[in-house]
Each structure stands twice: as structure tokens, then as C-alpha cells.
Ligand binder design. Structure first.
Ligand SMILES: [Zn+2]
Length: 246
């Protein structure tokens, strides 16, 4: 394949020309996902690591010459097909790294929340004696991989847990409820993403997700009608219902 980076800042600390040079002549061997990273394994021991950000999208087209004008990056394959990285808000990233090194870096991540490894017991074990506030804990990628700001807030709302509570102080039934809420919310999100993908106009996660608390500061809670609050935790906004979540 050959590569062209159109939006140069997506390659982070690598230069765009470095990424383009690393892509040349390689073939795609496997596509995986770990946490929020899409890992496209390339021949010769390299991996293309893609983070979609809020609005990023990868798309295969049958002829690379028919790509739209505005894409963050595009790849042309020998069989004529193209791979596009589209990203309207430009928060995504794309780098090409040594596969072994990337594997080592990703090994520190916690379990995938929709995998068999993520059980209620595993969550309780990882939360035991931890003083991190519940919301900060949920977003800590070493605890659980791939849970972002929106879904962490929504899971705590469903489980009726105050996001400021030290996670180690939650009782076993409350941790069970939290585990169930995380799994239910992510399953739901996957379902709605599948629906969005099959519709013209594509997929805009942040826009499509109907949140109960996220982004709703000052609005009424749909359960108790109290005003939703916003606070800052570890530099990120947390939305919650002060009445439902204790
Ligand atoms: Zn409420």
C-alpha cells in the first residue's frame, strides 16, 4: 500500500512523512481493537494504531481515486481499493509503530469491559482498598480499558453511585450494580452504533448517544427531576444527579 496524511497533526509525535514512508509496500495482516485503539497489523513487524477520537471513522472504498476531498488520511492498495480515515472534528490520531513495543505498552491496560475477564468479582478485586473517586477509577485505563467520559458518567447514574465516592468504599451489591450498568450501557452503545452505521450519513457517536446525565448540566433528572450537576474530576467534566446518586 501507499499512504497520504492530509491532516498532519494526527500523527502526534511522528512526522506525517515518517508515517507515509513506514506504510509504503506493506500489507495489512490483521485488524484488532484494544481499549480505544484500532490496531492494524502490518507486514514486517509494524502496527498502525488508530484512535478515532470523537468523530473519527475508518472506511474502505472500492477505488482509492474516488475518495472525498476532505479526509485526514488515505491509503491506496495494489488491488485499487482505498482506506479512508475521516474525522470531522480532527481529534483522532494515526501512527505507525513497532508492533512488539506497542504490545508492551498496551499490556498495562485493564480488562476489556465486554470480555469474559471483566466479571463483577474482577471489578471488586480491582476496586478493593482503592481511594480513587468512582468516576476517576472508571476512566483509569489500567483498571478497565476503553471506558470513556460519557459512558463512565452514565454507568454511575444507572448504578446510582455518587461519582465522588471512593471506589473502595462501595459495598459488594453496589459494585455488582456498577458492573451490570457498565456492561448494559456498552452493549446498548454497540447496538446503537450498528444502527447508525447502516444509515446514510454515517456514524457520529457523541451526537447519537442519548445520555441521561452527560452534557445535561442544569436540566432535570429524568428519574427524580432534580437539576443535573457538573463538577470537574481529574481535569474532566463529570455530570451526575445529586439526588439519585449517593
Ligand atoms: Zn435524579
Amino acid at each position: 500500500m501507499s499512504a497520504r496524511i492530509e491532516r498532519r497533526r494526527i500523527t502526534l509525535s511522528q512526522s506525517a512523512s515518517q508515517v507515509e514512508a513506514l506504510a509504503v509496500g506493506r500489507t495489512i495482516e490483521r485488524v484488532l481493537r484494544r481499549a480505544k485503539n484500532i490496531l492494524i497489523e502490518l507486514s514486517g513487524g509494524y502496527v498502525m494504531r488508530v484512535h478515532l477520537g470523537m468523530t473519527g471513522n475508518l472506511r474502505v472504498i472500492s477505488d482509492w481515486r474516488l475518495r472525498p476531498l476532505y479526509v485526514s488520511a488515505w491509503f491506496a492498495f495494489d488491488n485499487g481499493r482505498g482506506l479512508l480515515f475521516e474525522d470531522t472534528r480532527g481529534l483522532g490520531s494515526l501512527t505507525i509503530q513497532d508492533a512488539a513495543e506497542t504490545r508492551k505498552k498496551l499490556a498495562t491496560l485493564g480488562p476489556e469491559p465486554l470480555s469474559r475477564a471483566f466479571t463483577a468479582e474482577a471489578l471488586a478485586q480491582s476496586a478493593a482498598k482503592v481511594r480513587q473517586p468512582a468516576k476517576v477509577f472508571l476512566m483509569d485505563q489500567r483498571r478497565i480499558a476503553g471506558l470513556g467520559n460519557i459512558y463512565a458518567a452514565e454507568a454511575l447514574f444507572v448504578a446510582r453511585i455518587d461519582p465522588r465516592k471512593p471506589v473502595g468504599s462501595l459495598s459488594p451489591p453496589r459494585l455488582n450494580a456498577l458492573h451490570a450498568a457498565i456492561v448494559a450501557i456498552l452493549r446498548d452503545a454497540v447496538r446503537s452504533a450498528c444502527k447508525a452505521y447502516s444509515r446514510p450519513g454515517g456514524f457520529q457517536e457523541a451526537e447519537d448517544f442519548e445520555s441521561a446525565v452527560y452534557g445535561r448540566e442544569g436540566e432535570r433528572c429524568r428519574v427524580c427531576a432534580a437539576a443535573i450537576r457538573r463538577i470537574t474530576q481529574a481535569g474532566r467534566s463529570t455530570y451526575f444527579c445529586p439526588k439519585c446518586q449517593r
